[in-house]
Design a protein around this ligand. Structure first.
Ligand code: PMP
Length: 312
């Protein structure tokens, strides 16, 4: 259950948490046309607070809306500021941010109108390890889903669009019901796409492999961070098509995502992955990532947006 905070930012105002409501006729509720982001802010080793890769997330929000032919009535800088204000006003030294672009209640038909009524809200809450407290340490068990990832010409796969997540919810629910922690979605040709809310990487013979950007995947910001860190660490990264066999033959497999961070996978479809625990390259990348997000890796200043939490 989500722990309530004091304020939610809605269309330019901070609104008390319990009053942050939308009308039942919100077009997005009925048809799924909206976009959102998931962003983390971390409490740094030196006591400061910073949002990780905030401009990249907010740009992706604007891009997702653009794919849907929606014009967000705020600039990227204004959305950045709204995100930081929401964390600061709630006195949060760290936390998870959820900006969401959605449509109001002006149009009830499928066509959202010539000038859609585009709204923006920003919610912040505390979110620990997305896949459970032991996941980061011990790794998780996943299953290849019976659900297929969207065809690239069915949906706007590069967007983080509300309605896309029906597919993710189906895969996640199936995995949980069958006793797994998460699902992996294959595309309509059978190639590996991603997790229900994460990008996927495999390690084989000391090199890293991940589906390339022509796949039906979200262009994960954590994916990009992991690739950058891996290259800095001298690990070869291959962006390429992957099959189910590649998953089963991998020495190591892990997920990346803002919420999931770097989560090892130790079992897929009841087959042990590698040695059945987080492998050395996954561990090294995970440690580097966790150090980076709290300000411990020099050279990535532009990835941090510092803010000052209000006194509680
Ligand atoms: N794929 C999907 C479907 C997701 O929902 C997410 C989470 N936003 C990701 C990948 C990972 O993206 P990011 O690293 O930007 O959080």
């Amino acid at each position: 259950m989500i722990e309530k905070r004091k304020w939610i930012w809605m269309d330019g105002n901070l609104v008390p948490w319990d009053q942050a409501n939308v009308h039942i006729l919100s077009h997005t509720l009925h048809y799924g046309v909206g976009a959102f982001e998931g962003i983390r802010a971390y409490h740094h080793e030196d006591g400061k607070s910073a949002v990780f890769r905030l401009p990249e997330h907010d740009q992706r929000l604007i891009d997702s809306a653009h794919l849907l032919e929606l014009k967000v009535p705020y600039t990227r800088e204004q959305i950045d500021a709204a995100c930081m204000l929401t964390l600061a006003a709630n006195g949060m030294e760290c936390g998870y941010l959820r900006p969401i672009v959605y449509l109001g209640d002006r149009e009830v038909g499928v066509y959202p109108g010539n000038e859609p009524d585009v709204r923006l809200a920003v919610i912040a809450w505390k979110w620990g390890a997305y896949l459970g407290p032991e996941a980061l340490e011990k790794g998780i068990r996943v299953k290849v889903s019976t659900w297929t990832k969207h065809h690239v010409n069915s949906l706007l796969v590069r967007g983080k669009v509300c309605g896309h997540y029906v597919n993710s919810v189906m895969a996640k629910t199936e995995a949980k019901r069958e006793g797994y922690d998460e699902g992996i979605l294959l595309d309509h040709c059978g190639y590996v796409a991603e997790g229900s809310g994460e990008n996927i990487f495999i390690v084989r013979k000391g090199e890293i492999f991940t589906p390339d950007m022509s796949a039906s995947i979200l262009g994960g910001i954590t994916r990009d961070t992991v690739i950058t860190l891996a290259r800095e660490m001298g690990i070869k990264v291959n962006e390429t098509r992957l099959t189910r066999s590649d998953l089963y033959l991998a020495d190591e497999v892990f997920f990346s995502g803002t919420a999931a961070e770097v989560t090892p996978i130790h079992e897929i479809d009841r087959r042990q992955v590698g040695a059945g625990k987080a492998g050395p390259i996954t561990r090294a990348l995970q440690a580097r990532y966790m150090k980076l997000v709290v300000g411990g890796v020099p050279g990535h200043d532009s990835w941090f947006s510092f803010y000052q939490p209000a006194e509680k």
